[in-house]
Design a protein around this ligand. Structure first.
Ligand SMILES: *[C@@H]1O[C@H](CO)[C@@H](O)[C@H](O)[C@H]1NC(C)=O
Ligand SMILES: *[C@@H]1O[C@H](CO)[C@@H](O)[C@H](O)[C@H]1NC(C)=O
Ligand SMILES: *[C@@H]1O[C@H](CO)[C@@H](O)[C@H](O)[C@H]1NC(C)=O
Ligand SMILES: *[C@@H]1O[C@H](CO)[C@@H](O)[C@H](O)[C@H]1NC(C)=O
Ligand SMILES: *[C@@H]1O[C@H](CO)[C@@H](O)[C@H](O)[C@H]1NC(C)=O
Length: 377
């Protein structure tokens, strides 16, 4: 996920200094879309959403369908959607197996590009029991670029060469690419959940490179979500149960594991999935989707040199029963949870109704109570 650097129309005063700092960077103003208030229920056959991001220029929501592996472009004002097929990825009909999970969608405001991650299914299914003795990280992973200005798919990047390079450098395997964020030059960084790798896709040349790999290999589920603030990447990491930052301007990337303050004794993030910094909080707040526990809120008043745990919003909405909190996104002032109804055995049960839970007030209350927006350095 990606903190968007727009000219914010309704900036909360104490946040202004930080927002302005990052506005000095070349950026693209967003159109102001009408508000969308309250839980969204999208009635679409087998949508099974796993990730979503908002395009505030065309006022459309982009949703990845984890099993069909299609991209849904949803208009929340008319409640209509357009399903985009991804060649060689999208599934039709009833099926018992899918090569990919479409598990990440991320919008870059500077370029109007929507990045889409199609990760190897086997990487996730072979390890979902928590037993890693059958871990299978050999499958394909792809990143697609969709141009929201022209409504067309513009590239399809195969990450196999990167996986091979990782293998050569470490003697181990990486897979499960599922989230991305962009720096101020529009380069995109894609995290690999297994093997904690980061791939860089250079915006102009489209050169793809293995940007980061760890010195010590851990076969278990690690990096889950990513956002950027300026040229800093912030990643949620299940291994360290913390946030890890990287400077995209560094000659060689060095991970900085933040010590999270105020973590309550009865909470440890069980899983890192989507990580999102709503623009309404000027990059000071991160929403960590912890599949099992809901949406955890972290804050920083020093540009993510340090971080504080602020609270947890359990995934306990009646509409979300049996789902996992996998991601969050923002439409104007409102914040929504992607509540994923994982199907651990395919074929998937036929389902036509998918909720996106509005947690705006709950987040606002926790932020207000924390005083994080008033805090300076
Ligand atoms: C999923 O596939 C089924 C069968 O082709 C189709 O009817 C449905 O519209 C698809 N849904 C999405 C979100 O792709
Ligand atoms: C899926 O698996 C079930 C049970 O093994 C089988 O009956 C069914 O024919 C399979 N369907 C497809 C589309 O392969
Ligand atoms: C591992 O996954 C790949 C592709 O995802 C598949 O072709 C291969 O058969 C799997 N290996 C095992 C041992 O299941
Ligand atoms: C990673 O690779 C090293 C060297 O090839 C190997 O010794 C080790 O067992 C591997 N670790 C895991 C967790 O697979
Ligand atoms: C988080 O989820 C785990 C696994 O379901 C559970 O054991 C734990 O009690 C939860 N913690 C909180 C604080 O909700």
């Amino acid at each position: 996920m990606h903190f968007k650097h727009f000219v914010a129309a309704r900036v909360i005063a104490p946040v202004f200094a930080l927002v302005q700092l990052h506005e000095s960077i070349r950026s693209q103003p967003s159109k102001i879309c009408p508000p969308v208030d309250g839980t969204l229920v999208i009635n679409e056959y087998d949508l099974y959403s796993e990730s979503a991001d908002w395009d505030p220029v065309n006022c459309k929501l982009y949703i990845s369908s984890i099993y069909n592996c299609s991209l849904t472009v949803y208009d929340p004002y008319t409640h209509t959607s357009n399903i985009v097929d991804l060649p060689g990825i999208t599934n039709h009909g009833i099926f018992n197996y899918t090569e990919y999970h479409l598990d990440g969608v991320d919008y870059d405001a500077r370029t109007g590009i929507m990045y889409i991650a199609a990760a190897s299914t086997n990487a996730f299914t072979s390890t979902s029991s928590g037993d890693y003795s059958n871990a299978n990280y050999t499958g394909n992973n792809r990143i697609l670029k969709y141009d929201t200005r022209r409504d067309s798919l513009i590239s399809d990047i195969d990450l196999a060469p990167i996986q091979a390079e990782y293998g050569k450098k470490t003697g181990n395997l990486t897979s499960g690419f599922q989230d991305m964020a962009e720096d101020t030059n529009g380069n995109s960084y894609v995290i690999g959940t297994f093997g904690n790798s980061i791939v860089k896709i250079s915006t102009r040349t489209e050169m793809v490179s293995l940007w980061y790999y760890p010195k010590i290999y851990d076969i278990t589920y690690g990096f889950g979500g990513i956002f950027s603030i300026g040229d800093m990447l912030v990643v949620s990491d299940t291994h360290t149960q913390s946030l890890v930052t990287f400077d995209t301007n560094a000659d060689s990337p060095v991970p900085r594991v933040l010590h999270v303050q105020d973590m309550p004794p009865n909470y440890r993030p069980a899983m890192a999935d989507g990580l999102f910094a709503p623009k309404k909080y000027g990059g000071k707040v991160a929403l960590w989707s912890d599949d099992f526990n809901g949406t955890a809120i972290y804050g920083s008043s020093d540009g993510w040199r340090s971080a504080r745990y602020l609270g947890l919003i359990p995934n306990d909405d009646p509409l979300a029963v049996g789902t996992f909190a996998t991601a969050t996104f923002e439409i104007e002032e409102n914040i929504f949870v992607v509540a994923t109804a994982f199907q651990f055995q395919l074929p998937q049960a036929t389902k036509t109704s998918f909720p996106f839970i509005d947690i705006t007030k709950k987040v606002d209350d926790i932020i207000k109570q924390s005083g994080i927006l008033q805090a300076y350095h």
